[in-house]
Write a protein that binds this ligand. Structure first.
Ligand code: 4AD
Ligand code: MG
Length: 465
């Protein structure tokens, strides 16, 4: 007789057929019992719930039962039955148990329940085994899938933009260098600087901060494209909203203007949140119970309400007149701080807000200049509890205006000559934006810290796992 195939616990919990022989494999969450029976809660990550395994002690070697402790990994073969006990619909009456891996109860870090999220960050190699991280990782997967599905269903093509680049797309200057030069003894130029001509690529290269510039090249050929890749920023911001390595989704569409861009962003975000509400309910209910008691109503609210759209200038007026004691002053021309963004969203409008027409001096070189000469056709989407979740714009498609801006901002023309050429050959109006994937996951899961929505967070002084 060949061995039974493993069935995921998710399928067993939804079973319609009983009194059949099944096999499950997974990690023990708890074991309790009495003189004659052991009750084992087994989880395999296919779903947040575990399945109850009942072992009649008389049928098992005592030494095997002793090895079954919290955190151990076992394979169980037995009969799937409707449960007589409370709290679960089905259970397995075990006939045979094989122990794959033990977990010494004296030292296993997840022996007890109720660890703090801070502690779990220190054991990022084990935290996927908690209910919280299981839920977050399944939702993260579902959102990733829904993003590709949305774009595929709407005629977009996925473009793989490079991770190593020679350009600084955002002009923010906070980049991680990529080099094979000897750090102790790099080749020098005549002037005494480091000679990057000797480096692997024959020039200075960095990890990308954004796939936008490359997405634009593709949009000016395929019309509707998007990128979904890792991006890297060496900014030293130790906040609950910033990572040094995060994932970004960047759609770019030829012939779209700023209004089309806002429509796309709003439709896209609503689709994703609705997808989570339709496909991730078990995990969302768990997170609501554990962390944020208004999670589901907040998600439903965003799906059902229109986002407020207004100009930066109007927002500054509201913030100046509201009388709220902000830590940072509000002045036309300065970037809004997250306290300002959250005031607009959480206190004033009480809904997501799309701010547009920011002063050109606080935005990137590629944004389309407005007729007023002072602002650009930028848009930031601001979300409750998060602040900025999307940043984007209509792009400057006029070659001479773009070149003037590049020179004004001190960007080296030789680094972006290829970008400028798209404005020389067959240029057209186009627009796009970047959605921070982890900020989306923060919003959907209700988690409070961005370090808890990515498996292995990269933040200043932290790259252990
Ligand atoms: O506003 P940003 O910097 O825009 C861009 O990079 C454009 N190239 C996008 C485009 O138009 N194609 O970043 C976009 C989004 C932000 O709104 C935020 O959600 C997220 O990326 N983000 C970060 N997420 C986590 N950690 C960081 N350090 C982030 N920096 C930006
Ligand atoms: Mg931004």
């Amino acid at each position: 007789m060949h061995p039974l195939k493993r069935t995921p616990i998710k399928d067993l919990l939804h079973a319609k057929e009983f009194n059949i022989e099944v096999n499950v494999k997974g990690w023990v969450r708890t074991k309790r019992g009495n003189k004659s029976l052991a009750f084992i809660n087994l989880n395999d990550g296919s779903i947040i719930h575990g399945i109850q395994v009942v072992a009649e002690l008389a049928n098992f070697d005592e030494n095997i039962i002793k090895l079954i402790t919290t955190g151990s990994c076992i394979s169980v073969t037995g009969t799937l039955v409707q449960s007589q006990g409370q709290g679960q619909a089905v259970e397995i009456q075990a006939k045979n148990i094989e122990v794959y891996g033990t977990a010494d109860a004296e030292v296993y870090p997840l022996q007890k329940k109720g660890h703090t999220l801070e502690f779990l960050r220190e054991i990022a190699h084990l935290r996927p085994r908690t209910n919280t991280f299981g839920a977050v990782l399944r939702i993260r997967h579902a959102m990733s899938y829904a993003i590709h599905k949305y774009f595929n269903d709407n005629g977009f093509y996925n473009i793989h933009s490079p991770i190593i680049t020679g350009s600084d797309a955002e002009g923010a200057g906070a980049m991680f260098r990529v080099t094979t030069l000897d750090a102790m003894n790099p080749p020098k130029t005549k002037e005494g600087g480091i000679d990057y001509a000797e480096d692997f690529f024959g020039k200075e290269t960095n990890l990308t901060v954004s796939g936008q510039l490359e997405a634009e090249l593709a949009a000016l050929a395929l019309t509707k494209v998007y990128t979904f890749g890792p991006t890297f920023r060496a900014e030293n911001s130790n906040t609950a909203r910033h990572l040094a390595e995060f994932w970004m989704i960047e759609p770019e569409v030829a012939f779209n203007d700023l209004n089309d861009n806002m429509d796309l962003a709003e439709d896209f975000l609503k689709y994703l949140i609705n997808y989570a509400l339709t496909h991730c309910m078990d995990d969302l209910e768990f997170l609501e119970k554990m962390y944020e008691n208004e999670l589901l109503s907040r998600l439903r609210f965003v799906v059902n309400e229109n986002f407020e759209r207004l100009h930066y200038t109007q927002a500054v007026e509201i913030l100046k007149e509201c009388g709220h004691p902000f830590e940072f002053p509000v002045d036309w021309g300065a970037d809004l701080q997250s306290e300002h963004e959250r005031y607009l969203v959480e206190k004033h409008f009480k809904r997501p807000v799309i701010l547009t027409h920011y002063p050109k001096q606080i935005k990137a070189f590629y944004m389309k200049q407005s007729e007023d000469g002072k602002t650009v056709k930028a848009m930031d989407v601001l979300f409750p509890g998060i602040g900025e979740i999307i940043g984007g714009s209509q792009r400057e498609e006029d070659h001479d205006k773009l070149l003037t801006r590049i020179r004004e901002m001190g960007i080296h023309e030789k680094d972006v000559w290829w970008y400028l050429e798209t404005r020389k050959y067959g240029t057209c109006p186009h627009a796009g934006f970047g959605l921070g994937f982890e900020r989306l996951i923060l919003f959907v899961t209700g988690m409070g810290n961005i370090r808890d929505v990515i498996p292995f967070p990269r933040t200043p002084k932290n790259a252990e796992f």
